[in-house]
Design a binder for this molecule. Structure first.
Ligand SMILES: [Zn+2]
Length: 468
């Protein structure tokens, strides 16, 4: 089979692509708009230089060849989300082309990378099938987009998902894109089955439009493979068409018979000047590119002997990698790497948090790890403390002091709790007595849970040892 992707990424500029409106997600519909982005006649676009710089950065990390001179074109587009009835995009000469991005061990070819304005957002009241009318929110209209088109190089839907994850990570590292903004990456995916998939297949290309989320891209493609195989199995022909992914129902639905690029009737956008990108400009942007996750992974291994699996975890967020690099100024890199990739990452995932959204200070992590290194607390206690630290960033020493004051050390209080835990976990007791030593830690954990983490582990262990 052949799978290709067209990825639309919103660029994190301060203002929109062709007007001065702020490029923000505003709650109140149609509140961040001007005469230009609602398409009033007579208004003219002005190019946002920063958006061009951002697109050049993306093109460089995707190993593309950048055009020395390019221009914008109008793409006929007669839908309510584009009030002026054309979208300013690039067609004849894209900003960049012929690049690649490594996904696993494979190089996925990038055919082209161009800039365009985002249409408005259409809101179906109720659901897409039941809505009697649509509402249009022009806040999104004019957001700078960078469209990245791949060659049909993916061998399966999973590979397409991996590519998108990798792409999202590198754009986030460049600080030109935020994967946490809803709909900041929207994907059109095309798929055609061939003789290798089923002997009846004729390589007809079907496009699935506007999928949000990596997982949904994989799901939509998997659904499409099954649908097309079922069609072929029952002797039906696959139609060349555009379909929509209905994430709630988990199916694709036919939208329209596929139009060709020529159907859009591109014409030159005379209101914008030609865009000249000098070699000096490219060199200047190249020099300022930050270190990407893949480069950090290699460096961590070479410089600190941190294994690949740990580095992948640490570099999954630019801010996490940044904090790691602060912490290893004072802490042994391997100790820190283990803590970041295991305890910290686990805690963040458990709470569904990202490091950039919390106020955790590298100094706090350094203090916490020093307590572990000096054997003042166990790694388990450090993890418990961390769980609170990510919610209320505080000095870990202060937190532990407060905790010690409320710690239950009294044997009379702990004894009945231990009795209860043993009677509720008889199986663990039998396991322990038949040689499974880890069952003891399980019981300690259960007592800790009953005391809401306030029981003194040393006293608990002592008391429990007498009882088992
Ligand atoms: Zn505007």
């Amino acid at each position: 089979m052949k799978i290709g992707l067209e990825v639309h990424c919103q660029l994190l500029t301060k203002s929109k692509l062709f007007c001065g409106c702020p490029n923000i997600t505003a709650k109140e519909p149609n509140s961040v708009v001007c005469d230009y982005c609602i398409g009033l006649p007579g208004t003219k676009p002005r190019i946002n230089k920063k958006a061009v710089d951002f697109a050049i950065q993306a093109a460089l990390v995707l190993n593309c060849k950048i055009a020395g001179e390019t221009f914008f074109s109008r793409k006929s587009y007669f839908y309510p989300d584009m009030a002026k009835n054309f979208q300013i995009s690039q067609f004849e000469i894209p900003l960049a082309k012929n690049g690649w991005l490594k996904t696993g061990k494979k190089k996925i070819r990038i055919t082209r990378l161009h800039m365009e304005e985002d249409p408005a957002r259409i809101v179906h009241v109720g659901s897409i099938t039941e809505a009697k009318y649509v509402l249009v929110d022009y806040n999104r209209s004019g957001t700078p987009l960078c469209e990245i088109v791949t060659a049909p190089d993916f061998a399966d839907p999973k590979e397409a998902r991996q590519f998108l994850q990798e792409l999202s990570s590198i754009l986030e590292y460049l600080s030109i894109f935020d994967p946490n903004i809803e709909g900041s990456m929207r994907v059109d995916s095309n798929i055609s089955l061939d003789k290798n998939d089923m002997k009846e297949a004729k390589g007809i290309r079907v496009e699935i439009k506007n999928i949000t989320g990596f997982k949904d891209v994989e799901l939509a493609l998997n659904y499409e493979i099954i649908r097309q195989k079922n069609m072929l199995r029952t002797g039906k022909d696959i139609v060349r068409e555009t379909r929509a992914w209905d994430a709630a129902a988990g199916v694709t639905r036919s939208l329209r018979v596929k139009e060709e690029e020529e159907d859009y009737g591109y014409i030159f956008e005379g209101d914008l000047p030609k865009l000249t990108i000098s070699k000096e400009k490219i060199t200047e942007i190249k020099k300022a590119l930050p270190e990407l996750a893949s480069e950090k992974i290699k460096r961590y291994e070479k410089q600190f002997a941190v294994p690949y699996s740990l580095s992948v975890s640490i570099t999954s967020e630019p801010d996490l990698a940044d904090m790691f690099e602060h912490v290893i100024k004072e802490i042994d890199p391997m100790t820190a790497a283990n803590f970041f990739a295991k305890e910290l990452k686990k805690t963040l995932n458990f709470r569904n948090l990202r490091i950039k959204d919390i106020k955790l200070h590298p100094g706090h992590i350094i203090k916490l790890l020093k307590l572990v290194i000096n054997n003042e607390i166990t790694i388990k206690t450090a993890e418990f403390t961390l769980r609170e630290m990510v919610l209320n960033p505080e000095d870990p020493e202060e937190m532990l002091k407060k905790k010690t004051m409320t710690m239950i050390v009294d044997e009379k209080t702990l004894d009945p709790i231990i009795t209860k835990v043993i009677s509720n976990n008889y199986r663990a007791l039998v396991d322990y007595r038949t040689g499974k030593k880890e069952a003891f830690d399980f019981l300690v954990g259960q007592v800790m849970r009953e005391t809401k983490g306030r029981g003194d582990p040393a006293v608990i262990r002592k008391l429990l040892a007498k009882r088992v």
